[in-house]
Structures are given as C-alpha cells and as structure tokens.
Write a protein that binds this ligand. Structure first.
Ligand code: ADP
Ligand code: MG
Length: 702
C-alpha cells in the first residue's frame, strides 16, 4: 500500500545514510519520509524573476541578475586572497567577490559568456557588491522534476550544519524525496470538498509548499495544508464530543426543586447578573437532557462563578445526587468551604471538606457519610480523586480553575461511577475564542461575560523603583481608610531561595515603613506548611493584618473584599494572564481598588508593552488576545499540555477565520454523516482514524 512508503525510515532515502539519519532524528525529529515531507520551509527566495542591476535599492534582499563578467582579478595573500569580478548588465555594474573555491570559479567564469548570478547585494565602500553569489546553471532547471523558481529555506541547527545538513542540503534531499513519492501521496479529502472549496490536492500542495511554481501556488499550497491541520483537529475534537454524547449516558437532573427554589427565593445574598442567569439556564438544559454534561464555564475573575456552581449543586441535590467541588490549592479549597458553608447556613444542606491534610480519624467519618449519602456537597483538593473516596451517588463534579488540572485528571474523574457524573470546569483564564474552540474543543462552553453591578473598575498604575516612597505614602493612606493591601513577589522555581530572600527583604522594608502596632504585616509563601499558610491567610481575612506579603500562592481565587490594593513587585517577571489574575484579587468590594505594577527601572520593550496593556484595560479577554499576540498560543496558561496546538503551519491568531470555518465544516460533516457511511467520505474517515489512534490521551477519554 502507498501509505507504507511514506513510513519508510529516513535512512533509506538516497543521499541520507546512517549519519545524516541520526542528525535528522536528533535535531529535527524527522524519522521517516512523511516527517521530512512535512518539514516545511520557513521562507522562499524568489528566483522566478530576473532583476536589472539598476533596480537594486536597499540591502537585504536576495536577487537574481543576468549579465556578463567583463574582467576579474585575484587579490591579496593567503587568508585575504580573493577573486573579484566585474559583472554588468545593460543597466549597471556590480562587483562579485569570492574568498574560496577560487580555481573553480575562475574556470566557470572564463568559459561562460553570459551568466545568471544570484545573491544578496550589499554596499561596500559605497559600491554595490555580492559576496559568494551563486552562479546558476540554466540547464539544471530543465532537468528537474520540480519547479526551481523559488528556493526553499529550511530551519536547521549548528550541529546539523556541521554534519552536512544545511538548508541547501535539505532542499536537495527534498527534491529526491518528492521525485520518488509525489505521485503516490494519498488524498485525505473527498473529491467534493476539493472541488467545492477549490483546494489543491494534497500531493500538489506538498510539492508546491516546498517548490512552488509561483506565488499563487505557494499560497494555495499553504492554504491546503493549514486547512488539513485545522479541519482534522476540529473533526477529532468533535468526534470525541460525539462519542462522549452517545456513549456516556448522564444522570438526568429532571427537576428544579425545594433546595434550589428555597435558596433562590429566600437566601441568595444578591441579585444574579443576567450572565449568571443565562449560564444557569444553559447548564440546566444540559444536565436535564439525559446526556452527560462536559462544560467549561469561563468567566473573568470576580464574575461570580462560585455562586453559579453552587446553584447547580443545589439542583443536583434536588434530584437526589451528591456533588463535589475541587480546587487546585488548599487555601482556595478551605476558602470555598468556608464561604459555601456561610452561604448555605440557613439551608438543610450538608457540606464536607477533604484535603491531603485531613486526619485519618476525620477521614473515616467523612467517607462513611459520603457513602451513606448524608453529605450533599464535598469540597476539597486533589484528594477528592483518590481511589478510596467513594460516594453514594455522585452526580456532579465542579472543577475550579481548570488550568491546573490536565486532561488526564479530568478523565480520571469520569471513571468514579458506572455512569459518569456531569462535569463543570470553571476557569478565569480568559481564552480567546479560537483557542477555546481548539483547546477545549471537546467541551461545551458557557461564558459569564458580565461583572456584578456596582463594581468600580480597578485603577492600574505602572510605577518604578524610584517611586517607592510615594507608593508607601499611598499605602499608608489606604490603610488609614480601613483598607487592606496585598503585596506579591514573583516566584520562579529555579531560584526559590532568592525569591524568598526578596520576600524577606520586602518584609523588612515594609515593617520599617509601617512600624505602628496597629498596622501589622503578614507573610504567606509556598515554602510554609499548610497550617502556617492558612494561619497567615486567616489573619488577613479577619483583618488582623493590614498588609499581606506573599508569593503567587494567592494567585488563584482568594476572596477578601476589604482588600483594595494589589501591589505586584517585579511585575515584568509575570505573564500577562497571571498579572490579570492577581489584579482580580482586589476590586471585589464596593471601594475603589488599585493595582500597582512595580517595575525595575530598566524595562525591555516587550515588558513595557505588556505592562502598558495592563494599565490600559481591565478586560480579561482583551488581555488574553494581547497575550496571544505577544507570546503565541503555546505560552498561555494551561494550553501547552493540551497537546492540540502542535500545528506546523496553521496559526490560531492569523488563521482565526479558517479555525471557525473548518469547525463549521467538521460539524456539518458529522451531522450529515455521523458514522461515515457515505463512501465518498472514506478518505476523511481513514485519516481521522489514523490520527486518533496515534494519541493516547484521546484514546483514553473516548
Ligand atoms: P470568581 O468568578 O472569580 O470565582 P467569585 O465567585 O469568587 O468570583 O465571586 C466574586 C465575588 O462577587 C464574591 O464575593 C461573590 O460573593 C460576589 N458576587 C457573585 N455574584 C454576585 C452578584 N450577582 N452580585 C453581587 N456580588 C456577587
Ligand atoms: Mg473563583
């Protein structure tokens, strides 16, 4: 079969051999013909056009000229020995210079009257010259099976270059490969797609992505390859969703009853925002459908995801099911526990807590109550997914702050029951639409796109070390008005000691500037024991400390409405989305809140751009978009491990439209031919099966 030939190990390609094969594997992860074929050039040099010497305008471009050598001479001694030739066409003159292969060049230019010269003109002593130009043999073009109008440039490495794999060598091997296989490259799309969408066939695209005939073919080749990358990713994700939907029968939450209604009417501490109401409706429809829910709840920090989840947990209770809420850190889990207990204080709903530090005796009681059904809601950390935790009737799992949980962990929860519980994943990481579509393409998405009423937008300021005294003045005033202040220091794992040192130095500085006994400074950092950390947090929550110095342990979800100032030290060392999360810790009460970004006096251009973005907007989605533009999708929290972003050509920012378009197409295809029974779709199905069998994570989930 044809597919087998593409799986041929790379060492079998003529001109490769064992040494270069080793380099291909180690340096480029190219193991077989297919891998090499998909090693796309990053750029092409346009050799399709012959320029006139008078057209040279600036340095930097590779250009091609046709003309003749009028004279040449060999200058210098030993290392500075060089051949300098005068070259001209009808419009002008240029100098050509070679420092090696002098004899070979001399012979060539002696015998040829007219030459094609290719290279990068530079200005030297105010004269144009080209060092080491390529002398083109017009004959080679006629012999080749591919077009040589554009020369592909491939990424390579120092090591590979030393071993004989520079860009030019790779491009030669590519010609060998293309000549051998181009007619047997299988097609993944059906005929009707190719015709309807006016796409190139895959084999044409693969030829022209390397050796395009002209610019138009190059862009069509790129389009076809991007199309495949995005289309099959979407198809894969939607297929997983489809399998989940048909295979995983969910618990139908048929009624909205006593618990929900009583709470909603009598005890809800505030009016829900319209966005919260809409999201609850979306979730109700989903959990009532008889299918298992797999939903992502996105909402900016402070948008009120907790109460929304709580109301859904009450619906679970109304239908005779238990729920659990899992948080990524112990601090956050205890806070959820405390605040949910408070919210439910007038309700006959029993809430339990479990973490790694829960004592054995307490565990025993807890496990018993879980199994006999007397606990309605269990809140905790990762400990919830340990094997010995067994529920009587777990119907709903809520996961807060998704980015700390991988796809694998999500999958583990589903195996807790015979029938999978409904899953609601909550995240404050504002993921742009195109990215969400892809990273969370197997989930349904609900968005709370509105903050509770009465919140004043947080004022963000960028300050430098030299402004420190005025910062202290400002902090003093805020404290005198009864407010509290967070001060956060970056934590970088490789140098935890140094970071701690920064934090301690900060502590000394603070206590020096705030020496009065009524203003206390507290500390929380990752090296502390859990109960010490909790103590530090509780002191702050109970207003016994006015300033809390911490590392990023407070990053996620902490709710202290009286805190109105967030000072971020070395702000340039944080990522944008992290800064946004930190800022979200304030602005939760009715007071005007502030976020102060402290930066070193010397800032790189990129850092400045990032910090200015923070100053200019409070909108998490806008910030996520800027982050995506500045850093690329791979760096956005939690997306790297998702394993669905390794496109070779497609780009979620620039190809946003294509992402949406391919998703729509994939959806239509699955709706019209859910089991791929139409023979015309067979190539698509075969390719999809192939892709899905290669990825273990997906296999596990479906
Ligand atoms: P997040 O979405 O970041 O998890 P929380 O659920 O912690 O946000 O809510 C932030 C704060 O806003 C909490 O103090 C919460 O009680 C409050 N809150 C939530 N919804 C509303 C609302 N509709 N009106 C007023 N306050 C609200
Ligand atoms: Mg939260």
């Amino acid at each position: 079969m044809t597919v087998n030939l593409l799986d041929t190990p790379i060492e079998f390609l003529k001109g490769v051999g064992p040494k270069k094969a080793e380099l291909f594997k180690k340096e480029f992860e190219i193991f077989n013909y297919q891998d090499l074929l998909e090693y796309y050039p990053y750029r092409h040099i346009d050799k399709s056009k012959i320029y006139q010497l008078s057209e040279i305008q600036s340095e930097g471009a590779y250009l091609q000229f046709k003309g003749r050598i009028t004279s040449y001479e060999i200058l210098g001694e030993k290392f500075s020995k060089r051949l300098v030739a005068q070259f001209q066409d009808e419009t002008g003159k240029i100098e050509l210079v070679w420092f090696n292969s002098l004899r070979w060049v001399e012979e060539l230019i002696k015998e040829k009257k007219s030459l094609i010269v290719f290279g990068k003109p530079t200005l030297f002593n105010r004269k144009w010259q080209i060092t080491h130009p390529e002398l083109l043999d017009t004959q080679s073009q006629a012999d080749s099976c591919v077009s040589l109008a554009f020369q592909p440039l491939y990424n390579t490495s120092e090591k590979a270059k030393k071993g004989g794999l520079d860009s030019r060598a790779i491009s030669k091997l590519m010609i060998t490969l293309l000549t051998q296989i181009k007619d047997i490259i299988p097609e993944h799309l059906s005929q009707s797609y190719i015709e309807k969408l006016k796409l190139l066939r895959l084999k044409e695209a693969l030829e022209h992505i390397h050796y395009p005939k002209d610019n138009e073919m190059l862009s069509r080749a790129k389009l076809r390859i991007k199309f495949d990358e995005l289309f099959f990713t979407q198809l894969k994700l939607l297929k997983i969703k489809q399998i989940n939907a048909t295979k995983s029968i969910g618990f139908p939450f048929k009624v909205v009853g006593e618990s929900f209604n009583t709470y909603y009417k009598n005890f809800l501490p505030f009016e829900l925002t319209n966005a919260q109401k809409r999201v609850i409706k979306e979730i109700r429809a989903d959990v009532g459908s008889g299918r298992q829910m797999n939903r992502l709840l996105q909402g900016d920090v402070g948008s009120g995801k907790t109460i929304t989840a709580l109301l859904v947990m009450l619906i679970a209770k109304d239908n005779g099911f238990q729920s659990c809420l899992m948080a990524p850190t112990e601090i956050l889990a205890t806070q959820h526990f405390e605040s949910i207990k408070k919210l439910l204080k007038d309700m006959p709903v029993k809430v339990g807590y479990l973490s790694g530090s829960t004592k054995t005796a307490d565990r025993r009681v807890l496990f018993e109550n879980l199994q006999n059904g007397s606990i309605d809601i269990l809140i905790g950390t990762h400990a919830l997914i340990e094997d010995q935790v067994k529920f009587q009737n777990l119907g709903l799992v809520v996961i807060d702050e998704q980015h700390r949980f991988g796809v694998e962990q999500r999958a583990k929860l589903w195996t807790k029951n015979e029938t999978s519980p409904h899953i609601l994943v909550m995240t404050a990481t504002p993921i742009p639409r195109t990215l969400a579509m892809t990273v969370y393409g197997d989930l349904d998405i609900s968005v709370i796109n509105e903050l509770p009423k009465g919140r004043k937008p947080i004022i963000t300021k960028l300050m430098y070390d030299r402004d420190r005294l005025s910062l202290f003045g400002f902090m003093k005033k805020q404290i005198e008005e009864g407010r509290q202040i967070f001060v956060v220091y970056p934590l970088i794992q490789e140098s935890e000691k140094m970071d701690l040192f920064d934090l301690m130095a900060g502590y000394d500085l603070m206590t020096y500037h705030f020496p009065l006994p009524q203003y206390a400074v507290g500390i929380v950092h990752g090296k502390m024991k859990t109960d010490e950390k909790d103590f530090g947090m509780q002191q702050f929550i109970q207003k016994k400390t006015q300033i809390l110095l911490s590392t990023t342990v407070i990053e996620v979800g902490i709710d202290v409405p009286n805190a109105s100032v967030m000072v971020i030290e070395n702000a340039e060392r944080f990522g944008l989305s992290q800064l946004h999360q930190l800022r979200g810790r304030v602005g939760r009460g009715a007071d005007q809140s502030y976020c102060i970004l402290m930066a070193g006096d010397k800032l790189s251009h990129e850092s400045k751009q990032r910090l200015n973005a923070m100053v200019s907007t409070n909108d998490g989605f806008e910030i996520a978009n800027i982050d995506l533009r500045l850093r690329g999708p791979g760096d956005i929290q939690g997306t790297r491990q998702s394993g669905v972003l390794d496109f070779k050509l497609a780009d979620l920012i620039h190809d946003e439209k294509l992402v949406g378009f391919t998703r729509k197409l994939a959806k239509e295809l699955l709706e019209n031919d859910p089991n791929f029974q139409n023979p015309e779709n067979k190539p698509i199905f075969d390719h999809l099966k192939n892709i899905m069998s290669k990825n273990s994570i997906w296999g596990k989930i479906s």
